[in-house]
Write a protein that binds this ligand. Structure first.
Ligand code: NAD
Length: 478
C-alpha cells in the first residue's frame, strides 16, 4: 500500500523504525502470489522497546479526559474512512477474501472506534448501595495499563480493533503483534492511522514478525498488564500454561468445532442456504464457521441434496472477479491441513464425497462429505476450510448430546418452531446460538464479554439480507 508510511517498518514510540534484526519479509497477494509490500521481522528486542514505550506513555494517556481520548479515536476512525477503498482492497489482497468480506472487516473496525469513543464517556463507574447509612460507595473504571495484543490473519483489522479501540478509549496503551500473513491490514495500516490521528508517542505500537520470534516474547513479557490473544487453541494453550506459572493476566479467544444442527421440522432449503454462509463464507476460515452439520435422519437426504447443489454451483477464483464467491485459502499450509489432515483421512475412514474434494493451488473447491461419523477428523477438528461434513442422528436429544461433546464458539439450530429452537439453544454450550440463521448476523460480535459469562441467542423468523449467492441455483426447484 504506497500511502502507508509503515511499509516494511515497525511503529514504536510514535516513529516508523526498522526491526532490530534489520530484516524484512515479503507481503504476498494470496490469489496471485505477487509481492505487494514488505514487513519488518521484529523480535524480542523490538518487543522490549515497544512495551517500554507503552509503559512510559500510559500515565499521560490515562490522564487525558475521556472526551480528549474520544477525539483521538474519532480521528483514528476518520483516517480509516478516508482510506476505506484502499484498505478494503488491501484486505482482499492479503486475506484472499471477497469484497463484501473486506468491507465488513474495515467497516466493523470503523464502527468499533466510533462505539468506543462514545462508551468511554458512559462507563466511568457506578454509585453502589452503601452498606451503612451515611456512607457513599463508588466504583471507578480504571485502565489496566499496558495491553499486549496478538491477532490472527482471518479478520486481521477488526479482530485487532475490537481490543485496540476499547483498550485505548479507557486509558490503556497497546503493543500489537499482527499475524505474519496479514501484517499490513492487521498492523501497518493501523499504525498509519494512529500516526495520522496524532496519538501521543508510545500509546499505540505495532511490532510485526513471526509467532515464535515476536509473538512469544510479547506473550511472556513481564511489562504487560494484560495479554489479549486471538488465534489457535494450540498457541492459546501454550500461552495459558506459561501465564499460569507466572500469575499473569491473559484473555484468550480461540477456535472450536462449531455445529450446525438441522432438526426434523426444519425448512431444509433455508438451512441449506444458511449452510453456505456458515461453512463457506471466506472459504470457511472463520472462528465461528460451522465445522460439523448434525442432521436428523428424516430430512438428511433432502439436506444433502440441497447443500450439494448449492456448493457445486459456487464460483472459486480471484476475489477481485465480482462473480467469485470463494477466493484462495490463506496458505499452502492451510490447504494441506484441510486436504491431507481432514478430508483425505475422513474419506479413508468411510465418508462419502458428494462434491469438491479437490484444489488448484490455494483454490479449494467447496466440499460436501456425507456419512461422517464422530470418530472422523472432519467431525472432531476445527476445519478452517470450505467443507460441509454431514453427520446423521435419529433424535433431537442425540443432536444436542453430539453437539455438546466438543469445544465450540457458535451453533445454529434449524426448526420451524421458534420455541423449540429456543429450548435447544438453551441446552447448547456455545457462547452464541442462532435459530434459523447462519453465524453472527445479529451484531453480537461487537459485544466482547467482560468479566461475566453471557450467551447470545438470535432468533430469525425470515432470512434477512441473505446474499444472492447463498440461495438455490436458478435451475433448482425449491
Ligand atoms: P495462530 O495461533 O497460528 O496465530 C495467531 C497469532 O499468534 C499470530 O499473530 C501468530 O503469529 C501468533 N503466534 C503463533 N505462534 C505463537 C507463539 N508460539 N507465541 C505467541 N504468538 C504466536 O492462529 P491463526 O492460524 O492465525 O488463526 C486461526 C485460529 O484462530 C483458528 O483456530 C481460529 O478459530 C482462531 N480464531 C479465533 C477467533 C475468536 O474470536 N475466537 C477469531 C479468529 C480466529
Amino acid at each position: 500500500m504506497p500511502s502507508q508510511p509503515g511499509d516494511g517498518r515497525l511503529y514504536i514510540d510514535g516513529a516508523f523504525v526498522p526491526a532490530a534484526s534489520g530484516r524484512t519479509e515479503a507481503v504476498e497477494e494470496k490469489a496471485t502470489g505477487k509481492r505487494i509490500g514488505g514487513y519488518a521481522l521484529g523480535g524480542a528486542a523490538d518487543i522490549d522497546r515497544a512495551v517500554a514505550a507503552a509503559r512510559a506513555a500510559q500515565p499521560g494517556w490515562a490522564a487525558l479526559s475521556a472526551p480528549e481520548r474520544a477525539a483521538h479515536l474519532r480521528r483514528f476512525g476518520g483516517y480509516l474512512e478516508d482510506h476505506y477503498d484502499e484498505l478494503v482492497e488491501q484486505s482482499m489482497r492479503e486475506t484472499g477474501g471477497v469484497r463484501a468480506k473486506a468491507e465488513d472487516e474495515v467497516g466493523t473496525s470503523i464502527r468499533q472506534l466510533a462505539l468506543s469513543a462514545v462508551q468511554v464517556s458512559e462507563h466511568a463507574g457506578d454509585i453502589l448501595p452503601p452498606y451503612k447509612a451515611g456512607k457513599l460507595s463508588l466504583s471507578r473504571a480504571v485502565p489496566l495499563g499496558v495491553l499486549g495484543l496478538i491477532t490472527p490473519w482471518n479478520y486481521p483489522m477488526n479482530l485487532a480493533m475490537r481490543a485496540v479501540a476499547p483498550g485505548l478509549a479507557f486509558g490503556n496503551t497497546v503493543v500489537l503483534k499482527p499475524a505474519e500473513l496479514t501484517p499490513v491490514i492487521g498492523g501497518q495500516a493501523l499504525a498509519a492511522a494512529a500516526d495520522h490521528a496524532g496519538l501521543p508517542p508510545g500509546v499505540f505500537n505495532v511490532v510485526t514478525g513471526g509467532g515464535r520470534e515476536a509473538g512469544w516474547p510479547l506473550a511472556r513479557h513481564p511489562g504487560l498488564d494484560m495479554l489479549d490473544f486471538t488465534g489457535s487453541r494450540e498457541v492459546g494453550l501454550a500461552i495459558s500454561r506459561a501465564a499460569a506459572g507466572e500469575l499473569r493476566d491473559i484473555r484468550l479467544e480461540l477456535g472450536g468445532s462449531n455445529a450446525f444442527v438441522v432438526l426434523d421440522d426444519a425448512d431444509v432449503q433455508l438451512a441449506a442456504s444458511c449452510a453456505m454462509i456458515a461453512s463457506l463464507e471466506f472459504q470457511g476460515q472463520t472462528c465461528i464457521s460451522a465445522s460439523r452439520h448434525i442432521v436428523v435422519r428424516s430430512v438428511a437426504d433432502a439436506y444433502l441434496d440441497a447443500v450439494t447443489r448449492r456448493a457445486a454451483a459456487l464460483t472459486v477464483g480471484d476475489p477481485f472477479d465480482p462473480t467469485t464467491v470463494l477466493g484462495p485459502l490463506i496458505s499452502t499450509a492451510q490447504v494441506d491441513r484441510v486436504h491431507r489432515a481432514i478430508v483425505e483421512p475422513s474419506l479413508a475412514m468411510g465418508a462419502r464425497l458428494l462434491t469438491g474434494g479437490t484444489h488448484d493451488g490455494l483454490f479449494y473447491r467447496p466440499t460436501v462429505l456425507a456419512d461422517v461419523t464422530p470418530a472422523m477428523p472432519a467431525f472432531r477438528e476445527e476445519i478452517f476450510g470450505p467443507v460441509i461434513p454431514v453427520t446423521v442422528v435419529d433424535t433431537e436429544a442425540e443432536a444436542i448430546a453430539l453437539t455438546n461433546g466438543l469445544p465450540m464458539l457458535m451453533n445454529s439450530v434449524f426448526t420451524r418452531d421458534l420455541i423449540r429452537g429456543y429450548g435447544v439453544a438453551e441446552q447448547l454450550q456455545a457462547g452464541e446460538v442462532h435459530v434459523n440463521d447462519a453465524h453472527a448476523r445479529h451484531g453480537a460480535e461487537n459485544q466482547m464479554p467482560g468479566f461475566t459469562r453471557r450467551q447470545w441467542i438470535g432468533l430469525q423468523r425470515t432470512p434477512l439480507n441473505l446474499p444472492a449467492w447463498a440461495a438455490a441455483p436458478a435451475t433448482e426447484e425449491s
